[in-house]
Design a protein around this ligand. Structure first.
Ligand code: PLP
Length: 389
């Protein structure tokens, strides 16, 4: 029998989020009724072009952008890849990229691929709180630097990089600055009118929208080379017939995110803080990874020395708690998290770390239950009891 969402305590919203019923309601007519192609000349198709543009306005409003700066893509990964590829095509003679050691695989694996193609990549290290400084970026920029790509919020720890300050440095040195804001959008206020970030990636499924829709923000003054070349959709910036229902869904999700921003930073943050503080006081030796840095309001990454997080996840799953031991993409691998390792955690602390991430759907009751279950799981593992016992 599949598990139902009412049976579980979902503490893994950085992996993906529950789809909001209002989002489903908004997109449904575009699955069942309005199937026209937005590029068609007749009204039944063309009215969908208007709906797509309304969604573009909703996305732009959430991040203080001009709607013309919003390009719909298939996911956050595509947006990150497209931004970097465009920057490299803009500067064909420049073969140097700056990024960090703690990025999501959407950026890390792309940069590793580019290294194999002959690009030089500077992997900026982070401090013990998972932070980098604008100064580090400034010192790493070279005449041959084509782009800097640094995430706004870390998916594993929630640590926030000073991207607006970094954008100032890059702008002064005339180097394109891309930020992977997949975890930041909707959780912290973002206003593209008051910063100098050139390109920014968004993913719908972190925002209570279905998986498989994203956005690339491209500042108007930035020349953009499309990654997907085809029928001239998205003002020639991303070919492929628009995914109308999911675009409508993302527009609605962004409208809701704007309305819920305050709740994220008050009620959701209070849930996160209660769980974090409760676990720190009830489980000896617990450490908050990135606890000394500015962080997202919804994310907690905790080291429980002496346990294997992978084993804890199995026991938590048996207790119907969904959590994560790193990014969803690396869960299951025996390697400790690259993010925690880069922060200088010992391999054993990194392997004993769990990520607990919240959304507006979480409740106080869930935190109360998690505060009962997680200490029991840690105690059982510390006592050396095998998972299957
Ligand atoms: N960047 C970050 C920071 C993420 O957390 C994720 C997803 O986990 C992505 C990029 C990739 O987004 P998508 O799953 O939409 O490709």
């Amino acid at each position: 029998m599949p598990l139902n969402k009412k049976d579980i305590i979902y503490l893994d919203s950085n992996a993906t989020t529950e789809i909001d019923p209002a989002v489903v309601e908004a997109m449904m007519p575009y699955l069942t009724e309005f199937h026209g192609n937005p590029s068609s000349a007749y009204r039944f198709g063309n009215q969908n072009a208007q709906a797509v543009d309304d969604a573009r306005d909703q996305v732009a409003a959430l991040i203080g952008a001009d709607p013309r700066e919003i390009i719909f893509t298939s996911c956050g990964t595509e947006s990150d890849n497209a931004a970097l590829n465009s920057a490299l095509l803009n500067n064909p003679t420049k073969k140097h990229i700056i990024t960090s050691a703690v990025e999501h695989s959407a950026v890390i694996k792309h940069c590793k691929f580019l290294e194999k193609q002959g690009y030089q990549v500077t992997w900026l290290p982070v401090d013990s709180n998972g932070l980098i400084t604008a100064r580090q970026v400034e010192e790493a920029i070279r005449p041959e630097t084509a782009a800097v790509s640094l995430m706004w919020a870390n998916n594993e720890t929630g640590v926030l990089f000073p991207v607006e300050e970094i954008a100032e440095v890059c702008s002064a040195r005339k180097v394109l600055f891309h930020t992977d804001a997949v975890q930041a959008v909707g959780k912290i206020p973002i206003n593209m009118k008051s910063n100098k970030i050139d390109t920014l990636a968004i993913s719908g499924h972190k925002l209570h929208c279905p998986k498989g829709i994203g956005v690339l923000y491209v500042r108007r003054k930035v020349t953009f080379h499309p990654f997907m070349i085809g029928g001239g959709q998205e003002r020639g910036k991303r070919g492929g017939t628009e995914n109308v229902p999911y675009i409508i869904a993302l527009g609605k999700a962004c409208e809701l995110a704007a309305q819920r921003m305050e709740e994220e930073n008050t009620r959701v943050k209070a849930l996160r803080d209660r769980l974090e503080q409760g676990l720190c006081s009830s489980i000896e030796g617990t450490k908050v990874n990135g606890g000394g840095a500015p962080r997202l309001p919804n994310t907690s990454n905790l080291a429980f020395p002496g346990i294997e997080a992978e084993a804890a996840l199995v026991l938590l799953d048996q207790n119907k708690i969904c959590a994560s031991s790193g990014s969803a993409c690396t869960t299951g691998s025996l390697e400790p998290s690259h993010v925690l390792t880069a922060m200088g955690l010992t391999a054993s602390d990194a392997r004993g770390s769990l990520r607990l991430s919240f959304s507006v759907y979480n409740t106080d009751d869930e935190v109360t239950k998690a505060l009962e279950i997680i200490p029991q799981v840690v105690a059982r593992l510390r006592a050396g009891n095998p998972v299957s016992a």
